[in-house]
Design a protein around this ligand. Structure first.
Ligand SMILES: Cc1cc2nc3c(=O)[nH]c(=O)nc-3n(C[C@H](O)[C@H](O)[C@H](O)COP(=O)(O)OP(=O)(O)OC[C@H]3O[C@@H](n4cnc5c(N)ncnc54)[C@H](O)[C@@H]3O)c2cc1C
Length: 533
């Protein structure tokens, strides 16, 4: 039954949902155009962006070029990156780094003032700008937050979680939201001519993730429910070296440690990666994640050994990782760090064009919730913050210039009756959530097969039936999970972040982006339900 909304806010200009790097940078680029940013928590909290360790990829040195950066991006993406997107994003990287530096980001620099850049796996050059070794995310976010607070055209509303897009006259016309601390609070309708979705990834769909716990596929789910075309949802990146200390979210031992010579060993001290790939620990992230997964499944424990490569230098060069270890009672100078693969990044998302527009009029998507074609089947390290910066700037330009196409000019305020679809309450039933996260990890995780994916889809459908009436937060997560599992079942090959035990080869005939709507995913789910167990 329709529920009358108790509160209505009319937003001038643009409404940005989510306050990670993507949301905040877009807001700053929109200034002085009026913008409202909704954040479930205090600014800086609850966003993956603040936890980024490596930094931002940008070809800035004389021995590097945007063309080389684009080539590496295309190679990492395993055959499905859009090369034009890769080249244009790499070409805009230097300007976006200058934007961040201009706002005051304290990037590491050499004595001559040039950016110090790290080399990360699958990059052919030293290309990643960083802050204090492994603290880029926190420093960039602190800089952006200070700038946002000092910008009069940006209104930030904290403590608000969005759970539905509002539609009117065939376009997105706002969002339904609630107080994030109170599932019983009345729905609030924010009506806005332009909505920018910047809600991050899907980590919380999985049992163990590196993402903050509110980053759990809600934006993907609500956009799909509103009819948006979704791209590549099956491509999920697992980080091979989550620090296995029984914490959720799990802290991460950055890839750069392996770049510095740290090795993976098991409980017998054996370096098992040597037999698996010529690059051993520096093999592509998905190869290492699968190897660690298989080794643990075979009954071993796996550790990252930094003792010889870094010794006591780890505290100075990787203060974030050293701090995580200290908190867990591990001394990486004298003992190896226990690790396991964890969900880390979502290559797929709400499909956008080169300007950041989704298939729904009035809706833009930026950052990890979007799928722009840059990452293909596998993200190149440190390309995600870059993508958020580049597309945030493009969306700001698109909104302020009122680019032609699917969206009307920024002044075009929607009229007509807005649907009142928000439910009475919005609680997340703990048992249902735990079951969803368990099945996603077991059957839609590092390695998948038809039997497991079919079972996962059946379980997701059952949870959805059993939890009707509990609100949109769980429904959004179940929707996102349905998209990932359905697309994974449909892709009968292994490619990048999608590994099928029953289809281990890459099939050249399937070298294309997946485009899928929720209706199509639900049809695949219905077929799975009909398949005898
Ligand atoms: C530990 C870690 C290390 C990483 N290291 C790097 C790195 O070195 N380089 C790199 O390029 N990438 C890195 N990544 C990936 C990168 O950090 C993310 O892809 C990127 O920060 C995503 O930015 P975002 O703004 O899209 O999302 P986030 O920063 O996750 O922000 C999402 C925002 O949306 C809000 N939100 C979510 N749901 C809702 C809702 N329903 N309603 C309202 N708001 C909502 C969240 O609270 C948050 O404010 C790392 C990720 C992690 C987790």
């Amino acid at each position: 039954m329709a529920h009358p909304h108790d509160t209505l806010f009319d937003v001038d200009g643009a409404l940005i949902v989510g306050a990670g790097l993507a949301g905040l940078f877009t807001a700053l680029k929109l200034a002085p155009h009026p913008v409202t940013v909704l954040s479930p928590m205090a600014l800086g909290e609850g966003a993956s962006s603040a936890w980024a360790q490596g930094g931002v990829a940008a070809a800035l040195r004389d021995d590097d070029s945007p063309a080389a950066h684009a080539r590496d991006t295309v190679a990492a993406g395993a055959g499905t990156v859009d090369p034009a997107v890769a080249l244009s994003v790499a070409g805009e990287a230097a300007q976006r780094i200058e934007d961040l530096a201009g706002l005051g980001t304290p990037f590491d620099r050499d004595a001559a003032g040039r950016f110090l850049q790290s080399r990360e796996a699958a990059h052919s050059a030293h290309r990643v700008v960083r802050v204090k070794g492994d603290a880029a995310g926190r420093a960039i976010m602190q800089t952006l937050i200070a700038a946002v607070r000092a910008t009069p055209s940006i209104r930030v509303i904290e403590g608000i979680e969005v759970d539905d897009l509002a539609l009117a006259e065939g376009r997105v016309a706002g969002v339904f939201a609630r107080r994030s601390s109170d599932p019983w609070s009345a729905p609030i309708l924010f009506r806005a001519p332009q909505v920018v979705l910047a809600t991050g990834g899907i980590g919380g769909l999985y049992q163990i993730t590196s993402n903050p716990s509110r980053v759990r596929g809600q934006g993907l789910g609500m956009a799909a429910r509103a009819g948006a075309v979704i791209a590549d949802p099956e491509f999920v990146q697992f980080h091979p070296t989550g620090i296995a200390v029984d914490r959720d979210p799990a802290p991460l031992a950055s890839e750069a440690l392996r770049g510095e010579g740290a090795v993976l060993i098991d409980e017998t001290g054996k370096r098992f990666m040597v037999a698996i790939h010529p690059d051993a620990e520096l093999a592509p992230r998905d190869v290492v994640a699968r190897a660690v997964h298989h080794h643990i499944a075979a009954g071993h424990r796996v550790f990252l050994d930094t003792r010889e490569a870094l010794g006591a230098r780890i505290a100075e060069h990787f203060p974030t990782v050293a701090g995580y270890c200290r908190e867990a009672g591990i001394d990486p100078v004298t003992e190896p760090i226990p690790v396991a693969p964890i969900q880390h990044y979502h290559m797929g998302g709400v499909r956008t064009d080169e300007a950041g527009r989704t298939s729904l009029a009035g809706l833009w998507a930026v950052g990890e919730v979007a799928c722009t074609g840059l990452h293909g089947a596998n993200r190149l390290a440190s390309n995600s913050l870059l993508e958020a910066l580049v597309f945030g700037a493009r969306i700001a330009t698109g909104i302020t210039t009122g680019i032609a196409g699917t969206t009307p000019a920024a002044t075009g305020r929607p009229t007509g009756t807005l649907p009142t679809t928000a439910p009475e309450i919005d609680i997340l039933p703990e048992a249902a959530l735990a079951e969803l996260r368990q099945i996603m990890t077991a059957d839609v995780g590092v390695e998948r097969d038809a039997a497991g994916l079919t079972q996962a889809l059946r379980t997701i459908a059952r949870i959805e039936r059993e939890s009707q009436g509990t609100g949109r937060a769980l429904l959004n997560m179940l929707t996102a999970a349905t998209l990932v599992a359905a697309a994974a079942l449909r892709r009968t090959e292994s490619r990048g972040g999608h590994a099928r035990a029953d289809y281990p080869e890459t099939d050249p005939a399937q070298a294309r982006q997946t485009l899928i709507t929720l209706d199509q995913a639900l049809a695949i789910r219905a077929d799975a339900e009909e398949t005898a167990p």
